[in-house]
Design a protein around this ligand. Structure first.
Ligand SMILES: [Zn+2]
Length: 280
């Protein structure tokens, strides 16, 4: 790789941070956040209980809200759907006097079981998305996909393209045991993007000490995919900006701070994909 490529990597990284900054000041982003804020953040215990109920029923679940919240989001729980259960605290408020100052304190006097429904049990308006699947298909993209998959296998991380399991919302998965799944049924360009993203995880996050929690890991993997796409001349902004902004919660500082790591990963992937090409 020459210095021209380094400049292009830096330019691509700047395009990413600029694009995210523009997105997070847009109306699309406001609509997205407004929807996100309607979803209840359940406690760890409730999440475990919900997962247990889903396993018992043999269904995959992704996003819960109460019956009326779904209605207010333009979606309706289907007739006959069985609610999932969570525990909600019964709170009480009392006034106490401390050092002559009155203040309200809250306590819990018990628990009650509340009903909640997964998005898969509802029909209606699609939720606002800021990450849109990429469209486009060509022989060139399919051969880049095959090349990267072969390289990944050669470094001990084989890639398969299975059917998407029912209810699975991820487009692909990287397993730290050393394999990648990219689900079938997407456009060639989206399939390639997902593969670059998962390969980036396998380069950046295989070692325990390189993991920085899910949000940063996702920011790094998708930023790498965006940079690889930009240098190859494909546009991933429709998907990457929203995805990276979502995981970084609109914080462009995080995207900037991981610049060096993602440029290194992008360089490694590009060196594989451009190996047979004539010199630039
Ligand atoms: Zn990921």
């Amino acid at each position: 790789m020459d210095t021209t490529t380094d400049t292009r990597l830096e330019d691509a990284h700047k395009a990413l941070t600029d694009g995210i900054a523009a997105l997070v000041s847009s109306d699309d982003w406001k609509r997205y956040l407004a929807t996100q804020s309607r979803f209840h953040k359940y406690s760890f215990g409730n999440v475990m209980w919900l997962m247990g109920q889903a396993i018992t029923r043999g269904v995959d679940v992704t996003r819960f809200a109460g019956y009326r919240t779904w209605q207010s989001l333009g979606r309706q729980v289907r007739k006959g759907e069985k609610a999932f259960h969570v525990l909600a605290p019964l709170k009480f408020k009392k006034s106490v006097e401390k050092d002559g100052v009155k203040e309200d304190v809250y306590g819990i006097r018990g628990w009650r079981v509340e009903s909640t429904f997964d998005i898969s049990q509802t029909d209606g308006e699609p939720l606002p998305e800021v990450a849109k699947d990429l469209q486009g298909s060509s022989e060139e993209i399919r051969s880049l996909t095959a090349k990267l998959a072969a390289w990944s296998a050669s470094r001990g991380v084989p890639v398969t393209f299975p059917a998407r399991p029912a209810g699975e919302t991820a487009d692909g998965l990287y397993y730290r045991a050393g394999r990648i799944e990219v689900f079938e049924g997407m456009s060639d360009l989206q399939t390639f993007r997902v593969l670059v993203h998962e390969v980036a995880h396998s380069i950046l996050h295989a070692k325990e000490e390189d993991r920085h929690g899910r949000p940063q890991n996702e920011v790094e993997a998708e930023s790498t995919a965006f940079i690889v796409f930009t240098v190859l001349g494909f546009d991933a902004s429709e998907y990457s900006f929203g995805y990276v902004a979502g995981w970084s919660e609109g914080d462009t500082k995080l995207v900037k701070s991981v610049g060096e790591r993602i440029q290194k990963a992008a360089k490694e992937i590009l060196s594989v994909l451009k190996k047979d090409d004539a010199a630039e």
